[in-house]
Write a new protein. Sequence first.
Length: 311
Amino acid sequence: MTPRLITLAFALLALGGCVTYPDITQSRSPCQGEPGGWCGFVRGAAVESYPYAIAATNAYQGDSDLFGDTGSRLVMIDRLPIAPEDAKTGFDYQLFALYGDDDAGRNGAVPVARIVAFRGTDFDGVADVFYGTLRSDQIDIARRYFTAERERFDDAAAWHVAGHSMGGALATEISIAYPDVRAWLFNLSPFYRGESDINAANRTLINERGEALRTLRKFRSDPAADVFIINCRPQKSRFSKHSVRKLADCLTWIAAYESKDALAVVRANAIAKPDVECGPPDKPHPGRTPAPHPVCAHQSRPDKVPDPAAD
């Protein structure tokens, strides 16, 4: 990308104002009587995606904000060593085994899938927005290591990929190149080179509403057939919302309304409720409960508490 285009991209990030409006996936009208106020299709997406969001988070090995307990279904396993010349580009990934709901299957059984989770760009400030997102050499490196990992195993486990930001772009490239590979993408960087419609049915994209790269994504079609925009923390800055850990926390919390494993992850890692969900900040997760459910109207601005004296 030329300096002129980079300047334009930074300018676009500065546009759009600071207000994040409630997303339709948290519509108060049809869903306030559902668990946590989350619509059924959002809970379903969370149940499917939370292990991949955890894997994408823990691809950032060496960072402090990782999941200490990944639950009974997801296990990090040894990956191939990365050559020094490849590591210098910033390329990194981790390998995970994903098991079914019955964790007894981990005892020597073949996993449901193996997940290659690519490390991406997790930034707290604007200076890091483009670090790693413009390196086309990482795409070729990612393909080479993914192929090598598949050749190590000779069993029936499926192969999936996951990634956050640039890691999501790398996962997109792998999914484009391999029609049989499912991909889960989080707060995706739009700087991938492949055609977004190739094998799009095998990709699921989940972005947090209002996160930093949303403006840049407007210039490319979504590379996934299933796209979800989750409004977890409406009062936070766009750069804070780019965090994969916070998005993974949100998805795992939502999934815990349906999944025992997700609930165990919530409790083991002391995950707090999403800011947008009703209730106090220290609200304990109730897990799966029978209907009828208490009314839960999401808070578009949880930092704005009504003043009783104004009534």
